[in-house]
Design a protein around this ligand. Sequence first.
Ligand SMILES: [Zn+2]
Length: 723
Amino acid sequence: MTEPPQAPTAAQQAWRELTDQIRLHRAAYYLRDAPVIADGEYDALIRQLEALEARYPVLVTPDSPTQTVGAPPVTDFTPVRHREPLLSLDNAFNLGDLTAWAGRIEREVGSQMLGCEAKIDGLAVNLTYVDGHLVRGATRGDGRVGEDVTPNIHTIPTIPLRLATPSPPKVLEVRGEVYIAVADFERLNREMAAAERPLFANPRNAAAGSLRQKNPETTAQRPLSLLIHGIGALEWDDAVPHPEWSTQTESYASLREWGLPVPEDRILAADIEQVWDAIVERGKHRHDGAFEIDGMVIKVDDFAVQRTLGATSRAPRWAIAFKYPPEEVTTKLIDIRVQVGRTGRVTPFAVMDPVRVAGSTVRFATLHNRGEVERKGVLIGDTVIVRKAGDVIPEVVAPVVDLRQGDEREFTMPTHCPSCGAALAPAKQGDADLRCPNAEFCRAQIVERIVHLGSRGCLDIEALGYETAVALADPDAGRPEGAESEAAAPVLTNEADIFWLSAEALRDVEVWRADRDGRMERRLYFWSKPAKAKPSRPTQNTLLLIDQLAAARSRPLWRVLVALSIRHVGPTAARALGAAFGSLEAIRKATQAQLATVDGVGPVIAASIVDWFEVPWHRAICERWEAAGVAASQGDAPAVKRTLAGLTVVVTGTLSGFSRDGAKEAIIERGGKAASSVSKRTDYVVVGSGAGSKADKARELGRPILDEAGFEKLLAGGPDALN
Ligand SMILES: [Zn+2]
């Protein structure tokens, strides 16, 4: 057999440029209904591409425009490296932080003009224009590598496909936030409600979800907008006259002329007092504008000064993001109910009149336990203060006692499980928490265990969310009082049969849902409703669930152990057990003493494991899982040598070859301990770029310091490899 002829680099380059251009025009035509070139020009591009591919057949890929004529492009989110990294910004939370930042700048480069821009809570993107044409749109990703979402970016009407200038830069990267304006968000959610689809929690989630749609036609229907806030790579053709931008202000003026949306209500401040005035003034109106803002970004305006100040590995020194403090709002506490957790723990939570706080609507907030309710002194019927910082869970702060009417009532902890009716009791004398002891049959606990096993740190089954777990194991949840229909039997009576589910078995599952008038009715969950001439069929999410369950069977043993919900067995103990025993079978047969000798396990966890396996229905779960091919063995991952057994390693700063979690995982996998602070007991401190006080501490204590190359040697061969 002969090798297929390689295409010369120039031909590859020409092919890429042609396909990029054709895809762009196709998107403009199909998705935006706004062709930017005449049909004849488009046909000429296609003919050029066909000629090129005829000459070098090796270039023909299944997704080449010549192979997919007429079809809109479908993105597969391939990773794409940004030409210049998208750094994040350091945060300031008060005037003190800002003054300190401005002071450092003034000492280094003298007083500077500072631009103040609204900070949108959106999704950061990087757009690449080549010779004035938009050729690529990518998400921020980790700042260096993002996901290619070009076809989706093409559908956003405010993003120009071609810059409105006769002499554009050869290459221009612009950075911005994709967002959904408040009014558009409300309209979108009304449409979702009318289509009986789940609502978006806040504009940011809606924007992120919309931008990452596999089908750009869906993105095209979402009201996305863009605001540019910076420039990455920039290359000019020196033969062409072009503007010399000396400040951010000047660059924004050009970008605006070229049709790019830049901040319109930016303020230039001469000092930090003026900056603070702008922040305070804007803060009063942060919910009045077209979009939700969560802070202000302050930037040194002068580009030359920006370059002098430079950046740490993580953030530029010439900019800082001020974050507005968490907001507090008041609302009515309608009721205090209890929920039953994965281990049977019963916790009260607040049911409130829906209220908007920090960009999303809040209805529920946890109250942790009986003691917390008493400590906060909240009564059912109270007006309460609710707080939420960013994405953090909403919290009831306190009641507004002055607004009491006299008909508020105290919360009493129920004596019986609201899900299964079992009598609640503390797990042992003196525990603050009450528990439902009915772990085997309590549907609330079963639902929580199923949600847990599908979670990211466990078997990572994305399609298995809370609502899906309810539909599988507790489909009668939400039954209104006096409903006449028969109680439905759940498809799963516990987690034993979860890997045996088929789409067919889910055909008739119904759950309770409110109709448009708020009346509860039963509705199919996993299959679509049969319509005229259209038979019922499994929904997209159902097919995804079945696929993902199949894939989850080959997850490593430690994840399976965590998925079993054995008390005290978290990822760390599970990894150690997995490495030491190699199979579920071996762990089940091990004695308490054998288990306790494993590094990182100890007597408490060992006892908990032995107790767990003594319960017959627990063993039945393992048997059904194993019969389905789950945790057959440690899996096919190559065994990692325990080169770091007994060693404590601290990683600080940024490494180029490891993410923060990746470095941690590499240490733990090899039997080491990944600590977060440096002490005399630390064996090695790995110092990446931008490391701060931990590196200083390591020097102070005389602990051995490694760079990334040293770290790699240590991982591969242990301490001996360093000599
Ligand atoms: Zn119960």
